[in-house]
Design a protein. Structure first.
Length: 187
């Protein structure tokens, strides 16, 4: 679908059913939006005009990011920050959390790695811990216990846990451990 548009000089960012058109000027954006809408309709797509932003703008919400073309900035949207904080609130010392919540947090972290400085590095420790559980997505109803005492950068200690899946690498320093403190500065 993108090749015919690209041949016409249209720059388009696409993810599933979300599209972001990039243009040099307001007039170019209007013209290219009309071409894009016509092309999508010809392919059989239904365009939700209530949710779509079909007029040129210098700010846009795309995939949970607030984009601003004037200072060339990208930030997490207020809704994404709220979802991130709600998920982080589940992770507390001496509490159990669903493995599914770990997967949700990983997804939220992955969606933020491009706008959080060193985002990929910040999520690596938690990603390794989740991978060490060796659970399958269909086993996402298992529980994990948040325990004090595991060093933030050390391998998780699975030796003396009260649950089947191990402990999260959190310490008392900071509400959710160092990794979450780093991410939290940006939220």
């Amino acid at each position: 679908m993108k090749a015919p548009l690209r041949q016409q000089g249209i720059r388009l960012a696409t993810y599933l059913d979300d599209r972001l058109l990039l243009a040099q000027s307001e007039q170019e954006a209007v013209t290219q939006t009309n071409v894009l809408v016509k092309h999508l309709l010809n392919l059989g797509f239904v365009i939700n005009t209530e949710k779509s932003m079909l007029c040129p703008a210098q700010t846009a919400l795309f995939l949970g990011l607030r984009l601003n073309s004037v200072p060339f900035s990208a930030r997490l949207s207020a809704e994404r920050v709220k979802a991130f904080r709600a998920c982080l609130a589940l992770f507390q010392l001496r509490k159990h959390v669903l493995f599914r919540s770990c997967l949700r947090l990983l997804g939220l972290m992955a969606s933020a790695i491009l706008v959080v400085r060193l985002g990929r590095l910040h999520m690596r420790e938690f990603q390794r811990w989740v991978a060490a559980l060796k659970l399958k997505p269909q086993e996402s109803d298992g529980y994990c216990e948040m325990r004090n005492g595991t060093a933030p950068l050390a391998a998780p200690d699975f030796s003396s846990t009260r649950c089947a899946y191990g402990c999260c690498p959190f310490t008392e320093s900071g509400h959710h451990g160092r990794m979450f403190d780093r991410l939290g500065r940006y939220l």
